[in-house]
Design a protein around this ligand. Structure first.
Ligand code: KIV
Ligand code: NA
Length: 272
């Protein structure tokens, strides 16, 4: 999948997106037929255990993007630009460039609307496809005063439509809409010709994205209302390791099948 492939799916088949953070999660998301895999800065929370995404660094992101790239064969691999890594056009170009050259990503994502138009234009001009992200932009959590739904007043809804139009005009190939009312998501989806990818934006967007750890029940802190958890992997993993612990303590593990043996002849010599 390429950025133009994703862009051409406007009003077509829904675009399935998932986050991933390393070789195995990337491989699993790709095997499941995801169209787009995002190495999200959500890794700060679900992989590194931080309270929010603000402390994630470029070097940490590159490390995870490289690992994920080895597992993703078909899906479009997108790298999330961390907090303050695109404050200026120069920084956006330097860090966006690193994601493609060192990280082997095929596109980048950054948070913002009208305020990041110069960065989007410069990245696209340099050959770096950009996925935009508006609504609840977690890098602005301090300003929002928490992870709260956005676009709930007429004024805020209009501003979001303007943001979507701005990132489209700047050259973004798609835009994430996070935690906004479905009516506003519908308005935005109709207002732009690039695909909208929803997370907590209802069933009206051109695609959906969720966080891998939320879908698989691997995150222990909280699960937003917009998540559907398909399997409780975290609980299953604890149960599996408990069984292992029991087997070790009772010497039922390792068994014959897990054990290396010498040939009979050698074993005899060793015993002598
Ligand atoms: O970091 C992330 O996982 C994201 C997606 C939820 C869009 O930004
Ligand atoms: Na993110």
């Amino acid at each position: 999948m390429t950025a133009p492939d994703i862009q051409s799916r406007k009003d077509g088949e829904k675009i399935c997106c998932m986050t991933a953070y390393d070789y195995s999660s990337g491989m699993i998301a790709d095997a499941a037929g995801m169209d787009l895999v995002l190495v999200g800065d959500s890794l700060g929370m679900v992989v590194l255990g931080h309270e929010d995404t603000l402390s994630v660094t470029m070097d940490e992101m590159i490390h995870h993007v490289r690992a994920t790239s080895r597992g993703v064969k078909r899906a479009l691999l997108v790298a999330d630009m961390p907090f303050m890594s695109y404050s200026t056009v120069e920084m956006a170009l330097e860090n966006g460039g690193r994601f493609l050259s060192e990280g082997r990503a095929k596109a980048v994502k950054l948070e913002g609307g009208e305020n990041v138009v110069p960065q989007i234009e410069a990245l696209v001009a340099a050959g770096i496809p950009v996925m935009a992200h508006i609504g609840l932009t977690p890098q602005h959590v301090a300003r929002f005063g928490g992870f709260k739904a956005q676009g709930k007043t007429l004024e805020a809804a209009k501003a979001l439509v303007e943001d979507a139009r701005a990132v489209e005009a700047a050259g973004a190939f798609c835009v994430v809409l996070e935690a906004i009312p479905v009516e506003v998501a519908e308005l935005i989806t109709k207002a732009v010709d690039i695909p909208t990818i929803g997370i907590g934006a209802g069933n009206v967007t051109d695609g959906q994205i969720l966080v891998y750890h939320d879908v698989l029940g691997l995150f222990d802190r909280f699960t937003p209302k917009f998540v559907r958890t398909y399997v409780q992997h975290g609980k299953e993993a604890v149960q599996a390791l408990e069984m292992y612990g029991k087997d070790v303590r009772s010497t039922r593990f390792p068994g014959d099948k897990n054990t290396f043996y010498l040939s009979d002849e050698m074993a005899e010599q060793v015993r002598k």
